[in-house]
Design a protein around this ligand. Sequence first.
Ligand code: HEC
Ligand code: HEC
Ligand code: HEC
Ligand code: HEC
Length: 137
Amino acid sequence: MGGRGRNWLWTILWLVIIGLGVASSARGQDLPAQIFINNEVYSTDIYEGVKFDHSGHAINLSIACKVCHHEWKQKETKTPGKCIDCHAGKDAEGIPLRDAYMNTCRGCHSNLKLEGKPAGPTRCDECHPKKKRIRSN
Ligand code: HEC
Ligand code: HEC
Ligand code: HEC
Ligand code: HEC
């Protein structure tokens, strides 16, 4: 009698473990590891694109997807899309694309720095060096 009850417990435990494994590998698939943020609208502007360690932030630092993909309804759409989908360009109304990135990325780093915690870069050239220009004269 007691033995049979214990078998059920083991079965349930294994199903839970397998379930967790499937869930986490599914999440892993939808998470690009490294992203080079380099929007076309800024191709003639002053700064280079930005190297972004996406999985480093989402997984190693455990920052919730929602912190950056703030409008993402994960149950409705498979991917969060790009920031430019809603922050429609450099001169757009509302929050322009540049400010969307800067307030999110630099904003978090600055706050952490103020609190004396480990933070990412806040200096302009640490995220995006200036493009080298050909002198016109
Ligand atoms: C610290 C900020 C941050 C966190 C946390 C974060 N992401 Fe992202 N993610 C980004 C940025 C920035 C991009 C690039 C968006 C762009 O190009 O405009 C991106 C892009 C993506 C893309 C590609 C979208 C596309 O259409 O190209 C997917 C998929 C994605 N993230 C999934 C996730 C998931 C899942 C999580 C949580 C486990 C997560 N992200 C957490 C900032 C973040
Ligand atoms: C589905 C649409 C949508 C997507 C995708 C989206 N945003 Fe937004 N975001 C909004 C809306 C709506 C607001 C409200 C302000 C406005 O009208 O622009 C906003 C506001 C913001 C704000 C200002 C928040 C505040 O109160 O200071 C930041 C910063 C921001 N978004 C960053 C991002 C970043 C970074 C991404 C990409 C990782 C992103 N957003 C993707 C719709 C979106
Ligand atoms: C919610 C807080 C938060 C947000 C949002 C965030 N970061 Fe960070 N970032 C951190 C922390 C914390 C570190 C790591 C500090 C350490 O451990 O030294 C970091 C480190 C970095 C570094 C240096 C290490 C590395 O990964 O190369 C870069 C570059 C960086 N972040 C870029 C970005 C960019 C670009 C964005 C926006 C797309 C962004 N971060 C959004 C918190 C954040
Ligand atoms: C934590 C990272 C980070 C820091 C620090 C940062 N930025 Fe950015 N910035 C970004 C990201 C991401 C983009 C979007 C890049 C793209 O799409 O090409 C961007 C884009 C821009 C753009 C529009 C692109 C261009 O070439 O004109 C300007 C202007 C800009 N930043 C100015 C600044 C200034 C000024 C500072 C310093 C006060 C600064 N940024 C610091 C992440 C950062």
